[in-house]
Design a protein around this ligand. Structure first.
Ligand SMILES: *[C@@H]1O[C@H](CO)[C@@H](O)[C@H](O)[C@H]1NC(C)=O
Ligand SMILES: *[C@@H]1O[C@H](CO)[C@@H](O)[C@H](O)[C@H]1NC(C)=O
Length: 495
C-alpha cells in the first residue's frame, strides 16, 4: 500500500505522464459522413430452409472492456428480434459487467449512449471460467462430449443450416483474446472451421470479427470453397476501434466512464436494426460498415473492414443469418445513414489498446480529490502504463539480442505482403509466447500486439533454446510487473 502523503507528489508526476500519453496516442478525429449512397438490392430469398444458428463471443473481461460484452449482448437482442430461438443462439461472455461495482446501473448493459438495456434475457450459456477456446471449438463442431461446464449448448446443425459467428475483443497478429487462457490462435480456429465444413453440417457460415489485426486470423489461412464468408473490423496490420467513449463524441453519460461499443460492431448492428433484412445483402452491409468504420472511406481514423472466404456468398440477404424483424418490413433500400455533419476536430473513437487508459484516466480525473478512489485510479493507471513499457522494452531487447545488427528492429516488426500468413510454424509461435511468458510474465491483452515479433522470430528459424536464453537475459534485468507506483523506470516516459 502506498501512503497517501507520497501519493500527492506522485500525482504531479502522473499528470505529466498522462498528458504526454494523450498527445502520443493516435486518437482519431472524425467528421461524420453525409449523404446517401444507394446500394443494389438482392432478389428476395425464396423459401426458408434449415435452421439459423449463432455463436456470440466476447473475448474479454473487466469493466474497462465493457464494450465487448455490450456488443455481444446487443447482437443477441438483434438475433432474438430476428426470430432466432434461444436454443439456437450460444453466448460466450464472462458476465462480469452487469453487476460490476463500477456499473452505475446494476443489472443493465447499454451499447450506445442513452441506448436500451441489452442485457435482459441474454442466455448464460458459457460464463466466467467456462468461456474457453476449447468450449468454443466444441460448440462450433457440435461436440457436446467435449464441453466442460456451461449449459452444454452446441451448434447441432444439419446440411441446410446457416450459421453466424460474431466475436468482439482484443486481438493481435494471428491471435484473439479469451477471458481465460489460452488465447485463440488463427490456425486452430481455421482448422475447426475446415473440420465443420468437412462434416457437412452447414450450408453457409458467416463470421463477423472485431479485434485488432483481425484480418490476420484469415489471411493466407482461410481457403475458398468452404462456403464460409467473413468480414473483419481491420486488416492484418492495424488496430480496431472502440467508440462511444468518455470524452469523445458521442459520449456515454459520464457515470459510465468506459467505452460502450466498438466501431465496426456498432456499425453492423445499428445498420441491421434499421434495414429490411429480406432486402439487404451481406455485400450491402459490408459497404455500409466499411464506410462507417473508415471515416467515410477516408481512413483518417478507423480501420479497413475486410472480406475473406467465399465472397460470392455476399449477394445473399442478411435474413438468412440474422433473421427478419417485421418492424422494418417497409424499409426499401439499404443505404448509408444520414448523420448530421459535425466539427471534424471532434474525437469520436479510440484504438482498442488505448481504451483501458481512457477508462482509467476518466476514473482518475472524476474521483474526489484526495480520495482513496483517486489514489487507486492513479496507481492502476501507472501500473498499466509501466506494464506496457515492460512488455514493449522486453520484446524489443529480445529482438535486438536475437537479430543482432542494425536492422534488428526492422526484422522484428517486418510485415509480410498482404494475403500472407503471419507465421509458417504455428507450434513455434505458441512455444515462443510460452518461453517469453516464463521469463517475462504474462503477455496480457496489450501484449498481443507483439505477436508479429514472435512470428518473425519463428520465421527467421530461431530455435527455442536461443529464445529462452534471450528472454532470460532480458527479463532478469527488465523491471518486474508489480512495480508499485513510481520507480526509476518511469523516467523513460518523460522524454
Ligand atoms: C408496412 O406498410 C403496410 C402498408 O402500408 C402497413 O399496413 C404496415 O403496417 C406497415 N408495417 C410497418 C411495420 O410499419
Ligand atoms: C539453436 O540454434 C543455435 C544457433 O543457431 C545452435 O547453436 C543450437 O545448437 C541450436 N539448438 C538446438 C537445440 O537446436
Amino acid at each position: 500500500m502506498q501512503p497517501l502523503a507520497s501519493m500527492a507528489t506522485r500525482r504531479g508526476l502522473l499528470l505529466v505522464l498522462v498528458v504526454a500519453l494523450c498527445e502520443v496516442s493516435a486518437l482519431g478525429r472524425t467528421p461524420l459522413w453525409d449523404g446517401n449512397i444507394m446500394m443494389p438490392t438482392g432478389e428476395g430469398h425464396k423459401g426458408e430452409e434449415g435452421t439459423r444458428w449463432a455463436i456470440l463471443i466476447a473475448g474479454s473481461a473487466g469493466y474497462w472492456n465493457y464494450r465487448h460484452q455490450a456488443d455481444v449482448c446487443h447482437a443477441y437482442q438483434i438475433l432474438k428480434r430476428g426470430g432466432l430461438k434461444d436454443e439456437n443462439i450460444i453466448v460466450f461472455m464472462h458476465d462480469d459487467i452487469a453487476y460490476h461495482p463500477e456499473n452505475p446501473y446494476p443489472g443493465t448493459i447499454i451499447n450506445k449512449p442513452d441506448g436500451p438495456d441489452v442485457y435482459q434475457g441474454v442466455p448464460k450459456d458459457y460464463t466466467g471460467s467456462d468461456v474457453t477456446v476449447s468450449n468454443l471449438y466444441a460448440a462450433i463442431l457440435g461436440d457436446k462430449s467435449a464441453i466442460e461446464g456451461g449449459t452444454g449448448k452446441v451448434v447441432d446443425s444439419g446440411p441446410n443450416d446457416h450459421i453466424f459467428i460474431y466475436y468482439s475483443d482484443h486481438g493481435g497478429p494471428g491471435v484473439l483474446g479469451m477471458p481465460n487462457p489460452p488465447n485463440l490462435y488463427a490456425d486452430d480456429f481455421v482448422g475447426i472451421l475446415k473440420k465443420k465444413a468437412a462434416a457437412g453440417t452447414f450450408k453457409e457460415l458467416v463470421i463477423y470479427l472485431e479485434a485488432c489485426e483481425s484480418g490476420s486470423i484469415f489471411e493466407g489461412l482461410l481457403p475458398e470453397g468452404l462456403n464460409i464468408y467473413v468480414t473483419t473490423a481491420s486488416n492484418a496490420v492495424e488496430s480496431s476501434w472502440g467508440t462511444y467513449c468518455p470524452g469523445m463524441y458521442p459520449s456515454p453519460p459520464s457515470e459510465y466512464g468506459t467505452c460502450l461499443g466498438d466501431l465496426y460492431s456498432v456499425a453492423w448492428m445499428e445498420d441491421t436494426e434499421k434495414e429490411n433484412l429480406k432486402k439487404e445483402t451481406l455485400e450491402d452491409q459490408y459497404l455500409i460498415v466499411k464506410s462507417r468504420t473508415s471515416n467515410h472511406n477516408t481512413y483518417r481514423s478507423g480501420s479497413h473492414v475486410m472480406q475473406y472466404g467465399d465472397l460470392k456468398i455476399d449477394v445473399e440477404e442478411l435474413e438468412r443469418y440474422l433473421g427478419f424483424d417485421p418492424a422494418n418490413e417497409n424499409v426499401t433500400k439499404p443505404g448509408l445513414s444520414e448523420l448530421s455533419p459535425v466539427n471534424s476536430d471532434i474525437v469520436t473513437h479510440v484504438p482498442q489498446r488505448e481504451a483501458d487508459l481512457v477508462h482509467l484516466k476518466h476514473k482518475f480525473y472524476n474521483a474526489k480529490k484526495g480520495s482513496l478512489r483517486e489514489a487507486n485510479a492513479a496507481s492502476e493507471l501507472a501500473k498499466t502504463i509501466l506494464h506496457r513499457r515492460h512488455l514493449d522494452d522486453s520484446v524489443r531487447l529480445i529482438g535486438e539480442l536475437l537479430f543482432a545488427g542494425e536492422d534488428a528492429l526492422q526484422k522484428l516488426g517486418a510485415v509480410r505482403p498482404a494475403g500472407s500468413v503471419v507465421v509458417d510454424d504455428w507450434a513455434c509461435l505458441k512455444n515462443m509466447v510460452r518461453i517469453f511468458e516464463a521469463s517475462c510474465g504474462p503477455l496480457t491483452q496489450y501484449g498481443m500486439k507483439h505477436m508479429r515479433a514472435f512470428a518473425n522470430i519463428c520465421n527467421a528459424g530461431i530455435n527455442s533454446s536461443r529464445m529462452s536464453l534471450a528472454s532470460l537475459e532480458v527479463c532478469k534485468i527488465s523491471t518486474s510487473v508489480d512495480l508499485g507506483i513510481w520507480s526509476p523506470v518511469t523516467s523513460g516516459f518523460s522524454a
